[in-house]
Ligand binder design. Structure first.
Ligand code: NAI
Length: 252
């Protein structure tokens, strides 16, 4: 059987490390040509992702972009088309979290989380969709979180942003799926990243305690879900948010 995204081209934001790198690597393994994108300050990590993909025989290029900048996201779309000849997929993954009780969150911190997580996804959709409509087809996956589907202690701006991503995903799907562009989201729970590896065991145990499966997930396991949703074989799936959470939401 053909690979999930054989011959397709697109970008993954926030792919200088963590889950984004796992998604980029899995998409390349499944046959895609991947533009690895992240902040300019994350260029070293971005190049590492590119090299890892090339070492596995895949095709990848580094294009920096700040997802809070409309101009930079528009340029990311154009560069992807210039480099690989098409924008078949887009993965809006970049995101941050601030951990504190709601009343202690400053207005500036709230704006920062919403600006990167929610407006960043909006800009990814806004600039990728017209390109895909022109080409007649495309598929987009937004990286939400279980915090997009239920409340999670101490991350209220993040929870608000991720619920917003779930809503944007539904609306975009409603408006564009009839014209060839499918839009879905994934909702991970605890996934192994450098930050997670450096976290105290108690903290990690607290994250995985509500899961049916008592382990952290791997970035490539999120990548598989993204590749599956991007695949043409998922052609009747749009507007959904797929948990990749080891069963976290089954008991939430
Ligand atoms: P990470 O911090 O390792 O990766 C996030 C990436 O986004 C970084 O490389 C960072 O440089 C980039 N980024 C930050 N601001 C940016 C901007 N303005 N423009 C472009 N790139 C920017 O974090 P992780 O864990 O890999 O997170 C990736 C996504 O997965 C995020 O959306 C996060 O909310 C989501 N997620 C993560 C979970 C986990 O357990 N690690 C669980 C659920 C969701």
């Amino acid at each position: 059987m053909a690979l999930l995204v054989e011959g397709k081209s697109g970008f993954v934001t926030g792919s200088a490390g963590g889950i984004g790198r796992g998604i980029a690597r899995e998409l390349a393994r499944e046959g895609a040509q991947v533009v690895v994108s992240d902040l300019p300050s994350a260029a070293a990590g971005g190049q590492e992702t590119v090299e890892a993909i090339r070492a596995g025989g895949g095709r990848a290029e580094w294009v920096p972009a700040d997802v809070t900048s409309s101009d930079e996201v528009a340029a990311l779309v154009q560069r992807t088309v210039e480099i690989f000849g098409a924008l078949d997929f887009a993965v809006n993954n970049a995101g941050i979290a601030i951990h504190k009780p709601l009343a202690e969150v400053s207005p500036e911190e709230f704006d920062q989380v919403i600006g990167i997580n929610l407006k960043g996804v909006f800009l990814g959709l806004k600039h990728a969709i017209p390109q895909m409509l022109t080409a007649g087809a495309g598929s987009i996956v937004n990286v939400a979180s279980v915090a997009g589907l239920t409340g999670v202690d101490l991350i209220s701006p993040y929870t608000a942003s991720k619920h917003g991503i779930v809503g944007l995903t539904k609306n975009a799907a409603l408006e564009y799926s009839g014209r060839g562009v499918r839009i879905n989201a994934v909702a991970p729970n605890a996934i192994r990243t450098p930050l997670m590896d450096a976290s105290p065991k108690d903290f990690v145990d607290g994250l995985i305690a509500p899961q049916a499966m008592k382990r952290v997930g791997e970035p490539e396991e999120v990548g598989f879900a993204v590749a599956a949703l991007l695949s043409d074989r998922a052609g009747f799936i749009t507007g959904v948010t797929l948990p990749v959470d080891g069963g976290y939401l089954t008991g939430a």
